[in-house]
Design a protein. Structure first.
Length: 109
């Protein structure tokens, strides 16, 4: 009886550990996207050309899609990426992550 329970418990614990590790990975990716969005928004608000700011952020989050919207006295930057699980059998399941930052322009007089 103990052998059967152990045979079920060990794979179940492995799956739980994998899901928890992927959750931590998703949080890290989300923080990276937020950093990239803040970097682009801050650079554009300070007067750096949009293409230069986006290319600098692409180095930080290479697979992300960065969208910049000029709102006049504000800049809105959205950074998005779809993250697949680390298990190839579940490659069709992706989690879309998106971080948006709105920052006022710094007017230099």
């Amino acid at each position: 009886m103990v052998i059967a329970e152990t045979a079920i418990a060990i794979p179940a614990l492995a799956v739980v550990a994998l899901v928890l590790a992927w959750g931590v990975s998703l949080m890290g990716t989300s923080l990276t996207l937020a950093d990239a969005a803040r970097q682009v928004a801050r650079d554009i608000a300070r007067g750096v050309p949009g293409d230069d700011a986006v290319s600098a952020a692409q180095a930080r989050a290479p697979e992300a899609v960065i969208t910049v919207e000029d709102l006049g006295d504000q800049v809105e930057v959205a950074v998005a990426r779809a993250v697949a699980p680390p298990v190839p059998a579940l490659s069709g399941l992706t989690v879309p992550l998106r971080q948006t930052v709105v920052i006022p322009r710094e007017w230099l007089w």
